[in-house]
Design a protein around this ligand. Structure first.
Ligand SMILES: [Zn+2]
Length: 498
């Protein structure tokens, strides 16, 4: 090597270092253009990438929990405005280990912001949990390392991954939260018709009756406003619906239940969403269109961050929702219906021709109907014999409670269990274990020492209702460990206090 060559090489090295010091994108386990992604990022590759991208005061990575198999559940915080970043956002993904695109989209977003910080608005405090279920991700399966479905664990919070998510959510109190999933486009039901589900990317807002209406309206507004953006990018997009093919099968927005992340975060006072991308599970290479799903995800993540006016508005609405007094009645029985038998056109994709068909149906349900309600109590009382079973749940949910040291007189409404119904709806596994109950007359009683009292004059009152209200049609008593506490013909261990 000549002296000149050595000089040139040194200059080249210097140049390379200088560029890295400026704004070169960090080494990433995916292509520069995320639309070219063909392989999901593994747990190990994610760890190495986040390690390389972390930057004190801008991008911080913290371990929030360990999974059953000892893997880390990580939180990535991106903030370049310090305390001025008032709009707090929590995006979380891969509760179901085999649903990958949300995680991949979040990692590409981190890469882009690391390379070009101005992509992150100065008023946004962005919290990301890209891989909530690392054991499931490694095994490419829905369940976590303990065999639990994390997105059915938001009431009990029995799993370390969901407990970590809720700890983070209570610490951060996000104004905006998004859960990230994938569904199968090519189910047998659709294939029988020679179709597949049309959308590649879908989104829905929180819908639980305890969430103030103005939050739900703002969420649906954002779902609708995303349509032209997805259309421009060439992605088939609609509001997320569950159910089978039209015109005979029921289609409805995602569940109003609260054992999932979207309504769980919604009742903490966040504008809360679920995104679901569509996967062709039966195709030779289900990853062939991963880049398109990731792009669809990124469009929604960016869209929801909105502009300054949108963020200011959502911040105010979310803060207001947190102060909103409880309603005088609690909806205990709700279902999706099609009021007036409206006919709507549902798009499907014809496999033989690749054409999009519009199939008319009156089975698309769009109205949430309240069929039963009970007066809102002042507090709940958990009888001493069930206290040990309930304590871990109250603690994991961060609920305030008191243990009676001595008997206390109270106006008590006990609730008798008539029966727990067998599964009757195989469309969605959550729709089983309905609790059929009968409220008893209110009486003045001495609650014994050891009773746990959970008052509803607390910050997390809506969470307390969702976890404890014994009159809910879908409550705790379908779960193992609680089913044993519920004896047909006997009172449930939780009473309503007035
Ligand atoms: Zn899922």
């Amino acid at each position: 090597m000549s002296r000149g060559d050595r000089l040139l090489r040194a200059a080249g090295l210097f140049l390379a270092l200088g560029m890295a010091g400026l704004a070169a994108p960090p080494q990433a386990p995916f292509p520069a253009d995320h639309r070219a992604m063909r392989r999901t990022v593994s747990y190990d590759a994610m760890l190495a990438f986040l390690d390389g991208v972390a930057k004190p005061g801008f991008i911080t990575v913290t371990e929030e929990a360990r999974s059953a198999q000892g893997r880390k559940v990580l939180l990535v915080r991106l903030n370049r405005g310090g305390a001025k970043a008032r709009f707090r956002v929590l995006y979380y993904a891969q509760q179901h280990g085999d649903e990958v695109a949300g995680k991949d989209a979040l990692l590409t977003l981190i890469r882009d912001i690391a390379a070009k910080p101005e992509l992150l608005p100065g008023d946004v405090d962005l919290y990301l949990m890209p891989m909530l279920n690392p054991d499931g991700a490694e095994a490419h399966r829905r369940f976590n390392g303990a065999g639990a479905d994390l997105n059915r664990d938001h009431l009990l919070l029995a799993q370390p991954e969901t407990r970590a998510l809720h700890r983070v959510a209570r610490r951060v109190r996000p104004h905006l939260a998004v859960d990230s999933h994938e569904f199968g486009r090519d189910s047998e039901d659709y294939a029988k018709h020679g179709w597949e589900a049309w959308p590649v990317i879908t989104m829905d807002g929180c819908n639980h009756p305890l969430i103030p209406g103005y939050l739900k309206v703002a969420a649906l507004e954002a779902v609708t406003a995303a349509a032209p953006l997805q259309q421009k990018a060439g992605h088939a997009y609609r509001r997320y619906l569950v159910g089978g093919p039209p015109p005979d099968d029921e289609l409805r927005p995602s569940t109003p239940e609260v054992d999932d992340g979207r309504n769980g975060m919604g009742t903490l006072g966040a504008l809360s969403f679920i995104i679901e991308a569509g996967v062709r599970h039966r195709s030779a290479d289900p990853s062939a269109d991963l880049g398109e799903r990731v792009d669809g995800y990124r469009i929604l993540y960016r869209h929801l961050l909105g502009d300054r006016a949108w963020r200011d508005r959502i911040l105010k609405l979310a803060e207001r929702a947190r102060r909103e007094p409880l309603p005088p009645f609690i909806a205990t029985n709700t279902f999706w219906a099609n009021l007036d038998g409206k006919v709507s056109a549902v798009k499907v994709r014809e496999l033989g021709t690749g054409r999009t068909l519009e199939v008319p149906t009156a089975m698309a349900m769009s109205d949430l109907v309240v069929k039963g309600a009970v007066p809102t109590p002042r507090a709940y009382a958990i009888e001493p014999s069930a206290a040990a079973r309930f304590l871990p749940v109250l603690e994991a949910q961060g609920l305030r409670f008191e243990t009676l040291a001595a008997p206390r007189r109270a106006k008590v409404e006990r609730v008798k269990l008539l029966r727990i119904e067998e599964p009757y709806d195989d469309l969605y596994q959550r729709y089983k274990d309905r609790q059929i109950v009968e409220r008893q007359p209110r009486t003045d009683l001495d609650l014994p020492a050891g009773t746990l009292i959970v008052p509803l004059d607390q910050d997390l009152a809506r969470r307390a209702i969702q976890v404890l209200e014994p009159c809910l049609l879908y409550g705790l008593y379908g779960y193992p460990g609680f089913r044993e506490l519920a004896k047909p013909g006997a009172d449930l261990p939780v009473s309503r206090l007035f």
